[in-house]
Design a protein around this ligand. Sequence first.
Ligand code: ADP
Length: 150
Amino acid sequence: MKIAVFPGSFDPVTLGHVDIITRGASLFDELIIAVGTNALKTYTFTAAQRVAFLEEAFSELKNVKVTHYTGLTVDYCKTIGAHYILRGLRNPADFQFEESIAQANKKMTGIDTAFLLTAPEYSFISSSIVRDVMKNGGDYSAFVPKGVSL
Ligand code: ADP
């Protein structure tokens, strides 16, 4: 069984994430969305809220599950028996950031990272832009799935 973990902050989930998750779900038997909490980061939404938004967005996709984790992503993968990590790429900056992490993860554990390129219509969307629009009272409805609100 091919199990992949899609790790991220999802603060909050955006339509860019939804696109990667929907396409990723057709590549793997099971896709675990793993909401991370990093002690060095501050979040707008609590882990419970971030998980709840994702659960609402993917309630219909039967091979997608939503969880929360702390610590190294590869350790979490080993705990649940996942051999793949899924990540999305929007631009060269994403690639530069992801390349060495993926190589280090592979060297440490043998876990491979699969990348999907963003759909062009979502390539400009990031959780940080959504948070900024939200906090300033703008219309963010074209960027997030139904149910996401401040
Ligand atoms: P992290 O803090 O781990 O980067 P994010 O929630 O920002 O968490 O992103 C999780 C994953 O989703 C990353 O692989 C990121 O590149 C990808 N991603 C974010 N926004 C988009 C988008 N608009 N299109 C495609 N992939 C995206």
